[in-house]
Design a protein around this ligand. Structure first.
Ligand code: ATP
Ligand code: MG
Length: 370
């Protein structure tokens, strides 16, 4: 029996990566010409996977990847970058060289208890100042000499929240202004914070990077990818069914895969999948989250709840329209607006170019069914 082939919540590459030719071509072209690039896109759309996939072939010789999600201090940042450098060091001698380059941070070599693989770590409590961070970036440049090194700083928006953000931003700005062998990729999903760093006139990296917007996958390519996986388990699907799967999951690749994984679990071999299975697949997903969803809506006011339900049922375009007002029963447009802002502060909704959308399409499905 085939095992569930749907993957979500982690980086996918190679065989697991559904081609996205435009984005891959755009990023590869930036890499080939060593242009520093900002990859901007909604959550769970596949930004990190795109980085790994595009850096897995020439001309990139090595990718150093650091995830900066909720980074708290310069020490934390240095530790994450050292971890990225350490996992990119393919041989013990490279690791040793890296240890030498980072000597001022007094790194330790540790061995993975299971695989025995060595890695470098920084001692906890090490006090990193901007000078040490300078050392980390120097080490990166020494490592890259002669090769094509790519440094990816993922969830970069969170550096803006660091107490020492200015020192770090100054450091990186200095690096990318100087021509070097290192190509920097920045990625993240919190648009307004990234725009504050990169695209507003007066922001520290204004016009210093290429901006690459990543949206959903191409429908036809994604349907092929999904159909082929269902067929591995002898489950038949047609375009109309797969389109309804894409619609239900708002075309967010990770959520589509999660829904397909659930569909796989509620169906059997030799079955042709249809609307009843979709209902069962969504039901299975929602059942596991009911507690979380109930806790999320518990503190909402009556007006906020009405607005949320109306966005779930009719969509979040034109919330000031007569139709929205009638359906929600909230008479004052100003109250609707206030509720929408509160719902976005609570990270239930976000405004996507004028349209209010749910962050979590399964939460929307739950609200609709409740
Ligand atoms: N090219 C792809 N082909 C198939 N699935 C993909 C692809 N890209 C992303 N996914 C799906 O999305 C999930 C998350 O991918 P990834 O971590 O790259 O997204 P992200 O945009 O970096 O997410 P986050 O906002 O959480 O950082 C994957 O586990 C997979 O389910
Ligand atoms: Mg990511």
């Amino acid at each position: 029996m085939a095992i569930n082939p749907f993957i979500f919540g982690r980086i996918v590459t190679g065989e697991d990566f559904c081609p996205r030719p435009d984005a891959e071509r755009a990023l590869r072209s930036c890499l080939a010409t060593r242009r520093n690039t900002l990859i901007l896109g909604p959550r769970r759309v596949g930004k990190s996977s795109l980085i790994f996939q595009s850096c897995s072939a020439r001309p990139v010789s090595r990718l150093i990847y650091a995830q900066l999600w909720a980074v708290k201090s310069l020490e934390d940042l240095a530790a994450r970058m050292v971890r990225g450098m350490s996992s990119a060091a393919a041989t013990p001698s490279m690791l040793q060289r890296l240890g030498g380059l980072l000597a001022s941070l007094r790194p330790k070599i540790e061995f993975d208890p299971v695989t025995g693989a060595p890695s470098l770590t920084l001692a906890a409590g090490m006090a990193a100042s901007p000078r040490e961070i300078h050392g980390v970036f120097d080490a990166l440049e020494s490592l890259s000499a002669g090769g094509r090194l790519v440094v990816a700083l993922d969830e970069f928006q969170d550096v803006a929240l660091l107490p020492d953000a200015d020192a770090l931003i100054g450091e990186i700005r200095g690096r990318i202004q100087r021509q070097s062998d290192v190509t920097y990729l920045f990625a993240g999903s919190i648009r307004h914070r990234l725009e504050g760093l990169f695209t507003h006139p007066g922001s520290p990296f204004f016009k210093a990077v290429e901006v690459l917007e990543v949206g959903g996958l191409d429908d036809a390519l994604f349907r092929n990818y999904l159909r082929e996986r269902f067929e591995r388990g002898k489950r038949r699907t047609d375009d109309a069914f797969l389109d309804s799967v894409l619609d239900t999951a708002d075309r967010i690749p990770s959520d589509v895969q999660q829904l397909c994984s659930s569909l796989w679990e509620v169906t059997r071999e030799k079955q042709t999948l249809g609307p009843a299975d979709l209902g069962a697949g969504i039901g299975r997903l929602i059942a596991g989250r009911r507690g979380t969803y109930e806790a999320m809506v518990h503190p909402l006011t009556d007006i906020q709840m009405r607005v949320l339900r109306t966005v779930a049922r009719r969509g979040g375009q034109e919330p000031q329209s007569r139709g929205f007002i009638e359906e929600s029963g909230v008479r004052l447009p100003a109250s609707i607006k206030r509720a929408l802002l509160r719902l976005s502060e609570l990270e239930m909704l976000f405004n996507d170019r004028g349209i209010w959308r749910f962050f979590d399409p399964f939460f929307r499905a739950w609200i609709r069914s409740a």
